[in-house]
Design a protein around this ligand. Structure first.
Ligand code: ADP
Length: 757
């Protein structure tokens, strides 16, 4: 406000400026014209007064000539009286040739004045000088003089006059008087000049003219006042002034009206422009003319209309965008809720809340469909009073194919847009319609919740006192689809939870059963191992005894044996040896399983052991025509281990090599020290070899090669026990074999610790 007042300290409206400007012009023009007119009139009136004076004096001279010549005073007085009848004439004086005033008449106040001035020697007014001048000049020109009454004249008159007050208004100070004087001269041959007089008079005058009379008979002097003229001029000035004032007033009034006509629309335009600037586009200005202002008004009205339309369009766009943002936000939030919760109740409550908060829906209802009972049950309600909510929650909507809104929703999955509840009365379930009326629902929309081929229920909502639109239904349908997905997810999750629960229970049951079975198996295993251990142990003693007895018999301690007896006893002895081996194997296995296999660690040389074993087995090799050789790298570092167990592994491998070799073939035993401080020993044969598919299984218990001939079949425990024994020493065992080319078994044993250093 301060800035505004600073910017326009002397604000003058355009209307005031226009009126002021034109008024000044009118006043100026009127004043100028009036002055010019009055001035012209004054000029012409003065000229007319002078002319009147001249004509009057000439007329006096003409008419009074006879009287003057004949000294007929009466005639002269008549002529003078006649001249005095003229308004402007204030005095008439007839002066004789000798300067004596023959007739002297004045009128009005001047008459009185003259009475005062006559007493003096020389009257101030009328001036006798004028008559004197006229008498002396030779031609017939009218002598004139202007007398302006000044203060000193009046004082002079007063002083010279008798005592007593000088009447006012006799001569006003500044009054101008025009004096005219014309002598009456003798004329020669001027008879024709008396044409208008009677014949008698003409003769008399002629005789006078012809006589030897003086050249000048006298002087007529007349005084005219300018007062009348001035009075007329005053009146004229007054009239002109009044006219000018009227003209000015009328002019100003017309200007004001004209200015109003221009300014009012301009003011309205300014007001409208201000309102437009303030954002109010409702106002428009009436067009009263087709001039520039009218055109401007029309343009501004069009502009306002256009702005209004644009603003409406913009606000409509903004509304649409805002609505869409709300819709997107709701969808986004709904999606987030669906993604974040699998609790159906919480999901539905949140979605209904979002519908109310973001999309401005007033009341929401969610109905679930129970197809088996053919009813719809109210699951969620928002936006209602507690009392109404209780009523609505009790409503069960029968779902029958009767063309009703609920049937469309729950049987056909068709969304519903009910713009007027009153019109859709017949299509609504009566208790539901009644509830709608009690709540004050005038229009509503509903969208089905579809899950794959199933209809789960529907969501219904309204907009309070506003009718619902197709756009509302579209967004509700989108949200309903989201909710359906959420419900699906939640239900799937619930099913999964239930399944998980069941599965856990089942797993628990199975685990318990398995544990039980395992325990039983362990018990069986323990019992088996115990049985094997006891059996093997118990069998070994009688078998050793039997073997000793058989050997004694074969050695002939019990007498000479027949060939057949020797044969049978040899067979018994072999089988006893086999049984002993098997029982030893089983006993070892049971010890390994029971983890009671004890190794008797001692330092020993692998070279010595190999040499010893080869020496022991050489006779057997020779029996089967095999070439058993030893190729051990020397010297090999000693080993800390159970010499008997390592012997057992060697023996087993060499036995197998000899067993699967053809007569005449070689069996080679090797040994070397590796860079990883392990002694690697090998038993190589050139026998049948092992098929590739059997190699992974040969170290398993009780495994025997399928291609192995019955005679060569053992218990299938040798390699399994060897593997366990090698591993108990911290080594590994493996085989390289090719069918038809033979096999080479390797095993490693760690070098004794202090020997590594
Ligand atoms: P067994 O006492 O029955 O020989 P092993 O555990 O010693 O049992 O051997 C298992 C199987 O490995 C044998 O049945 C055989 O098929 C195969 N096998 C072992 N050594 C050799 C070898 N040197 N040559 C070929 N096959 C062999």
């Amino acid at each position: 406000m301060g800035v505004e007042s600073f910017q326009r300290p002397f604000f003058t409206s355009l209307r005031t400026k226009l009126v002021l400007f034109i008024s000044l012009i009118i006043i100026g023009v009127c004043a100028g014209l009036s002055w010019y007119f009055v001035h012209q009139q004054a000029d012409s009136m003065e000229k007319a007064l002078r002319k009147t004076g001249t004509i009057l004096i000439q007329s006096l001279v003409h008419n009074g000539r006879y009287g003057l010549i004949t000294h007929d005073t009466d005639s002269l007085e008549q002529v003078v009286q006649g001249a005095l009848s003229v308004d402007e004439v204030v005095y008439v004086v007839v002066t004789g040739p000798n300067g004596k005033r023959l007739v002297e008449k004045s009128k009005g106040m001047l008459n009185t004045l003259r009475q005062f001035t006559r007493t003096s020697d020389r009257p101030i007014y009328p001036s006798p000088d004028l008559a004197t001048t006229a008498l002396t000049i030779q031609d017939n020109t009218v002598q004139s003089k202007v007398f302006t009454a000044a203060d000193q004249h009046l004082r002079l008159i007063t002083n010279r006059g008798k005592a007593g007050a000088l009447p006012t208004n006799v001569i006003r100070t500044g009054e101008i008087l025009y004096d005219f004087a014309l002598p009456v001269r003798r004329r020669v041959g001027a008879s024709t000049q008396f044409g208008s007089l009677s014949l008698e008079l003409q003769e008399a005058m002629q005789s006078e003219e012809d006589s030897q009379s003086p050249t000048v008979y006298g002087v007529f002097q007349v005084g005219l006042t300018k007062s009348y003229m001035l009075r007329t001029l005053d009146t004229m000035i007054w009239n002109v002034t009044v006219m000018a004032l009227v003209f000015i007033v009328v002019g100003i009034a017309i200007t004001a009206m004209f200015a109003n006509q221009i300014i009012t629309p301009l003011r309205q335009l300014a007001l409208v422009a201000k309102q437009i600037a303030a954002g109010d586009l409702s106002e428009s200005v009436e067009t009263h003319s087709r001039d520039e202002v009218g055109q401007l008004t029309t343009s501004i009205n069009q502009m306002t209309e256009s702005l209004d339309q644009r603003e409406q369009a913009i606000s409509s766009y903004v509304d649409t965008i805002t609505r869409q943002v709300s819709q997107l936000s709701t969808l986004n939030q709904t999606g987030a809720v669906i993604a974040s919760t699998l609790d159906v109740e919480q999901l539905l409550a949140t979605v209904l809340k979002l519908l109310g908060e973001n999309l401005g829906f007033t009341r929401m209802i969610l109905v679930f469909y129970k197809p088996e009972e053919q009813i719809g049950v109210v699951s969620q309600v928002t936006g209602l009073s507690d009392e109404m909510e209780a009523i609505v929650r009790r409503i069960e909507i029968p779902v029958q194919d009767n063309g009703g809104v609920t049937a469309d929703l729950l049987l056909r999955g068709k969304p519903a847009l009910v713009q007027d509840v009153e019109i859709a009365t017949r299509r609504m379930y009566p208790p539901l319609y009644k509830a709608c009326r009690e709540i004050g629902i005038i229009s509503y929309i509903a969208a089905p919740l579809k899950s794959q081929d199933r209809i789960l229920g529907f969501i219904g909502t309204d907009r309070g006192d506003k009718p619902c639109t197709q756009a509302d239904l579209d967004i509700l349908m989108t949200i309903a689809n989201h909710v359906s997905v959420g419900l699906d997810n939640a239900r799937a999750y619930q099913a999964l939870e239930e399944f998980n629960q069941t599965l856990e229970e089942r797993v628990q049951e199975r685990t318990e059963a398995l544990q039980k079975a395992n325990e039983q198996l362990r018990e069986h295993d323990r019992l088996k191992s115990m049985f094997v251990s006891i059996a093997s142990h118990e069998l070994r003693t009688p078998m050793t005894s039997m073997k000793g007895l058989v050997e004694n018999m074969l050695d002939g301690l019990t007498g000479t044996l027949t060939e057949r007896q020797s044969f049978y006893l040899s067979r018994v002895k072999r089988n006893l040896e086999r049984l002993t081996r098997m029982s030893n194997d089983l006993l070892d296995l049971s010890k390994i399983d029971a983890k009671v296999m004890k190794l008797s660690y001692a330092k020993f040389s692998i070279e010595d052991l190999v040499e010893e074993i080869v020496d022991v087995l050489q006779p057997v090799a020779k029996q089967t025509f095999l070439n058993l050789s030893c190729d051990v790298q020397t010297p090999l570092p000693p080993i800390l281990g159970d010499r008997d167990k390592v012997d057992q592994v060697f023996t087993n491998l060499i036995h197998n090599a000899m067993k699967f070799s053809r007569p005449g073939a070689s069996v080679q035993v090797g040994g070397r020290i590796r860079s990883d401080h392990m002694i690697e020993v090998s038993v190589r044969d050139f026998g049948c070899g092992i098929p590739p598919n059997e190699i992974p299984h040969i170290f398993e218990r009780f495994y025997r090669g399928e291609s192995v001939v019955v005679e060569a079949r053992g218990s299938g425990l040798g390699l399994a026990i060897s593997k366990s024994l090698v591993e108990l020493h911290g080594g590994t065992i493996w085989v390289n074999s090719h069918v038809g080319e033979g096999s080479q078994f390797f095993f490693t044993l760690p070098v004794m610790a202090n020997e590594n250093n």
